[in-house]
Design a protein around this ligand. Structure first.
Ligand code: GLC
Length: 684
């Protein structure tokens, strides 16, 4: 059981992250002290002044670990770095970064004292988790208008469950979204898409989705389809459905400024775009050039933006991905003017080191510039609020616009939606993908580490761009990444324009890809059940070993293995040229080695440390004692998989029971008890 207390400071903005009403406590905030520090601030021109900085301060025990913070760089244990909740469009997810695309201000301190904390604050928030001083936590918002929730419970899992109840049930996608999807920025035409589908079907590599990136649109205009490249789009969507392929188009945050474009014209007429200080529509630029940003924090504007998804739903589309919704700004009209002027003044000069640095900075600082985020406004419940105060809510607002519209337009059907930017609360409306990673081995591991932190914050439908988005992938990296990706609810291979083509059929080991993805399809009875139970019971699907074996000193430090649902432990290989890897078993487990769903070898191993050989072509996982894994033979797409007979893998020495969740995958009567079937195994 968990206990939740709420403390309110100043005049917090209602973010709607939380769904349970928790009365405000009048007493002192426990665990933390609010202290004042003097800090030296430089204004860049060698002028230094002492300023006062307020912060919440906590002294950690030596053994304390910190879990949570959702989408972020670094470890499962977040101790030892400084993070900033400040949704950022930054494709370089390197260790020194402080922010990625999401703002997920929930963490659990586990050690001398164990408690959880959620800082419901939509502006930029600095979370120093032992960076300035190794044993201190410092929390620094931009202003002191925030709601703080302190959560207590018997275990970390109790605290997380309490938090998940507080923020409401996680989004549930249609079942087909558990299939495998192929994506690439650069598929230009119908024929490109057909080639991808043919490539998979011909090689009998299962596939359920092809994603449409910005190229399907007419000049990057939201909710339009390019009629030259995709003539008779509804017929094409139908053609793909006959092949059992769902097309999933992208929607961007910025709306192109263009006379005659209905979304633009309506938005201006109704006043639904964000305004600058003078009350005119703010002008930023993204893919189409100059755009306005829909004010998705305004109820009416959100409704309007959401209703626009209808035009694609009407053409047969059943899923979307929302992008560039930090929102990303390549430049603003006002900023560009100043920079061009400055650069012109530097023309033909003999630039020294400082000047060339300045020249570069001028250009580099055009994108996602903090000044731009301070120069437009939202209309929230009749109040004008400067964007930077609520910056982290924008992606949430955009995806909520879609989610609320789907409820209205398709009340009885699940629609796939996931977003790049997010705030806690958005997890009720859609999933997220982990943004623009790179084809790096370190990002395979980062993908694994983010899964439990995201689950803690309610994001269950998630996954990374398998193979890596930026940079050129290699066949072995893609295979190893797939071997992790087959367990993530969102399983998508996606790559950037200009990078090596990385559809699975482009490589020589086609059989290995067929079998690996086949294992995903074969395991969907288990993976779907675990997802649905996690969503309906406010639980995590991906767990660090530390949460399940809290007394085990070795398990606490494991940062490269996870439990997937109640029965499985995974230990993916994430180094190049490795024959296998070391794995820690906190209890006896059954090793399962699959070359395909038809070639399964098992071996019981005692608790302890092992070197587990893992050829590129195999999937290895472990079954916990007295646990069951239902599976089936894969088809070429999910629906076909479902027709196959259900079988059981298990590690049972006495007896075990498993709750299998099965429904039609489309409708929303999630809680219907008829969906849960109990499976039993008794040892012979
Ligand atoms: C952004 C997205 C990426 C997409 C690209 C083009 O970088 O994160 O997934 O391919 O935009 O739309």
């Amino acid at each position: 059981m968990s206990k939740i207390r709420r403390f309110s400071i100043g005049n917090p903005i209602n973010t709607e992250a939380v769904v349970q009403k928790v009365p405000i406590e009048k007493g002192e905030l426990p665990y933390f002290e609010r202290i004042q520090q003097m800090e030296l601030k430089s204004d860049g021109d060698a002028q230094e002044t002492m300023v006062q900085r307020d912060e919440l301060w906590y002294r950690m025990g030596q053994e304390d670990r910190i879990y949570g913070l959702g989408e972020n760089v670094r470890g499962i244990n977040k101790r030892g770095w400084i993070y900033e909740s400040n949704c950022s469009d930054d494709p370089n997810h390197t260790e020194e970064k402080r922010s990625l695309y999401g703002a997920h201000n929930f963490f659990v301190v586990n050690g001398a004292q164990t408690f959880g904390m959620f800082i419901d604050y939509p502006g930029k928030l600095v979370l120093d988790m032992g960076y300035e001083r190794m044993d201190e936590i410092r929390i620094m918002p931009q202003d002191w208008n925030l709601d703080l929730y302190i959560l207590e419970g018997d275990t970390v899992l109790d605290i997380v469950k309490g938090f998940r109840k507080l923020i409401g049930r996680s989004y549930i996608p249609p079942k087909w979204a558990f299939g495998f999807g192929q994506s690439r920025w650069g598929y230009q035409t119908k024929e490109d898409i057909r080639t991808v589908v043919r490539g998979y079907r011909k090689n009998q590599i299962p596939l359920d989705m092809v994603y449409l990136d910005i190229d399907y649109m007419e000049e990057f205009k939201d909710f339009t389809v390019n009629q030259q490249r995709f003539p008779d789009f509804p017929a094409f969507v139908e053609e793909m459905k006959r092949e059992h392929i769902h097309l999933v188009p992208i929607i961007d945050a910025g709306v192109k400024i263009e006379e005659g474009y209905d979304v633009y014209e309506e938005g201006v007429k109704e006043g639904y775009f964000c305004k600058d200080q003078s009350g005119k529509e703010f002008v930023g630029a993204v893919w189409p050039g100059k755009v306005h940003f829909p004010d998705v924090l305004n109820r009416e504007a959100r409704k309007w933006f959401g209703r626009n998804y209808k035009s694609l739903l009407d053409q047969g589309i059943e899923g979307f991905w929302n992008d560039m919704n930090e929102p990303a700004i390549f430049y603003s009209e006002q900023n560009l003017e100043g920079v061009v002027k400055k650069l012109k003044s530097m023309k033909c000069q003999n630039m020294d080191m400082w000047e060339i640095f300045e020249f570069r900075d001028q250009v580099n600082e055009l994108a996602n510039n903090p000044e731009d985020y301070q120069s437009f406004y939202h209309n929230m419940e009749g109040k004008s609020i400067r964007h930077d105060k609520v910056h982290n809510l924008y992606g949430f607002g955009m995806t909520r616009a879609a989610g609320e519209a789907f409820e209205e337009l398709e009340p009885d059907k699940r629609i796939l939606i996931f977003s790049r930017s997010s705030y806690i609360g958005m997890h009720r409306y859609g999933g997220i993908w982990m943004g623009d990673n790179k084809s790096w081995w370190s990002h395979l591991l980062l993908n694994l580490k983010m899964l439990p932190s995201l689950n803690m914050c309610g994001f269950l439908y998630t996954g990374a761009d398998l193979g890596g988005f930026g940079a050129d992938t290699t066949e072995d990296l893609l295979l190893r990444w797939m071997a992790l990706g087959i367990f993530t609810p969102l399983m998508r291979n996606h790559a950037a324009l200009g990078t090596r083509e990385q559809e699975c059929y482009q490589f020589t080991r086609k059989e290995a890809f067929r079998n690996l993805i086949g294992v995903r399809y074969g395991l969907t009875p288990y993976l779907y059940s675990e997802y649905m139970k996690a969503a309906l019971r406010d639980e995590m699907m991906f767990l660090p070993l530390a949460f399940v074996y809290p007394e085990d000193e070795y398990a606490k430090d494991v940062e490269d293995q996870l439990l997937v649902g109640e029965s499985i432990m995974i230990a993916p290989v994430y180094t190049q040229n490795a024959r296998g890897r070391y794995v820690y078993l906190p209890e006896p487990m059954k090793l399962v080695r699959l070359a395909s769903m038809e070639q399964i070898q098992t071996e019981v191993l005692e608790q302890g440390h092992y070197y587990i050989e893992t050829p590129l072509e195999e999937v290895v996982f472990f079954i916990r004692p007295e646990k069951i894994v239902p599976y089936t033979q894969p088809g070429q797409y999910l629906e076909e998989t479902e027709e196959k007979e259900l079988k059981l893998l298990h590690f049972v020495t006495k007896s075990a029971e498993y709750e299998l969740y099965q429904d039609d995958g489309y409708s929303k009567d999630y809680e219907n008890p008829a969906h849960v079937k109990k499976l039993h195994v008794k040892a012979e």
